[in-house]
Design a protein around this ligand. Structure first.
Ligand SMILES: C[S@@+](CC[C@H](N)C(=O)[O-])C[C@H]1O[C@@H](n2cnc3c(N)ncnc32)[C@H](O)[C@@H]1O
Length: 308
């Protein structure tokens, strides 16, 4: 094998090895010339016109994929809000590191927590059957997919909070995931409960079955009023109710005097607002954000913001 490319003489021999005089063009020469031409055009006012076909092809490929995924979702999913999906493999790996950094734990341990919730067949079967029997089953998917909630699970497993507060319950998927983590913690000698707040009295139908319901306290009412009425210190607080900036801010202000020393604050709103980051700065905490990437879904995903 020649050690240089093109091999010595190749420029002059042509592809069939003929003499330079008879066959003066080579593929190599052509590609060198094309590169030179592209670079020359890039320096002229024609550059945007020349690049247009490549740009068009790129955006068309992207949009076709979004359309394909969206069309499939329209006919296979029943969800009209609070969408569920799997995370991409890469997004799961980043989530494990996110939790490991926040909790100052080896990432292997966090991966173990993520594997634990995915392997919890009892919880999965319960959610499937409670969804199938629910009055609002026409607006829910049969398949159980936790998305970023597996990060909530890992945070609860890592921090072993005695009292978790979740604002915004909807069907109760997050409450169930949090309850599953608290039940595991209890089995290891660290009992805890979750207070789940929602303004809708029908919310939380997934979280009304034992053993998960045994550690969940569902409270109906506006979250600001319900936070003000909390009578136990809060170790882990999760905002996931009214996602307006004003309401999110009011929740963090309302819960501040209720927090236990070293409490951790989470928001589900981190891809939309900077409310928790600002709150962290005002209260002398650190802040970090994780943005999830849904697999095979048109929705761009939400995230987890954390202040600690
Ligand atoms: C995004 S969903 C919650 C999702 C849930 N945490 C989960 O893991 O699936 C938002 C919920 O917040 C509730 N909500 C909206 N405004 C509220 C308020 N002011 N106080 C309490 N809950 C509220 C809605 O009724 C809805 O069920």
């Amino acid at each position: 094998m020649p050690s240089t490319y093109p091999p010595p003489g190749a420029l002059h021999r042509g592809i069939d090895g003929g003499s330079a005089d008879l066959f003066p063009f080579t593929w190599y020469n052509l590609s060198v010339d094309a590169t030179k031409l592209r670079r020359a055009v890039a320096r002229t006012p024609l550059a945007p016109v020349a690049a247009f076909p490549k740009r068009l092809a790129r955006v068309a490929r992207h949009d076709a994929k979004v359309l394909r995924v969206s069309a499939r979702w329209l006919f296979t999913s029943r969800e009209h809000h609070n969408y569920t999906y799997e995370l991409t493999k890469l997004s799961r790996q980043h989530l494990a590191w996110f939790v490991a950094v926040v909790c100052d734990l080896p990432v292997k341990q966090v991966r173990g927590y993520l594997a634990e919730i995915e392997a919890d067949e009892a919880l999965r079967r319960h959610i499937e059957s409670a969804t199938a029997g629910a009055a609002r089953r026409g607006l829910a998917d049969k398949r159980v997919r936790y998305a970023r909630r597996v990060g909530w699970y890992a945070l609860v497993r890592a921090r072993k909070p005695a009292h978790v507060v979740e604002t915004g319950v909807d069907k109760g998927l997050g409450s169930c995931v949090l309850a599953a983590a608290l039940l595991r913690n209890a089995a290891e000698g660290h009992p805890g409960r979750v207070t789940s707040l929602d303004i809708n009295p029908e919310a939380g139908y997934l979280a009304r079955t034992a053993p998960w319901s045994e550690v969940v306290d569902l409270v109906v009412g506006d979250s600001i009023t319900s936070i003000a009425a909390l009578d136990r210190p809060v170790d882990l607080f999760l905002h996931d109710s009214d996602h307006s900036r004003a309401h999110e801010k009011r929740e963090f202000e309302a819960v501040e005097p209720k927090l236990a020393p070293g409490a951790i604050l989470l928001t589900d709103n981190v891809t939309t607002t900077n409310v928790l980051a600002d709150h962290a700065e005002r209260t002398g905490r650190r802040f970090l954000a994780y943005r999830e990437t849904p697999a095979n879904h048109w929705y761009p995903g939400d995230g987890i913001g954390v202040a600690w």
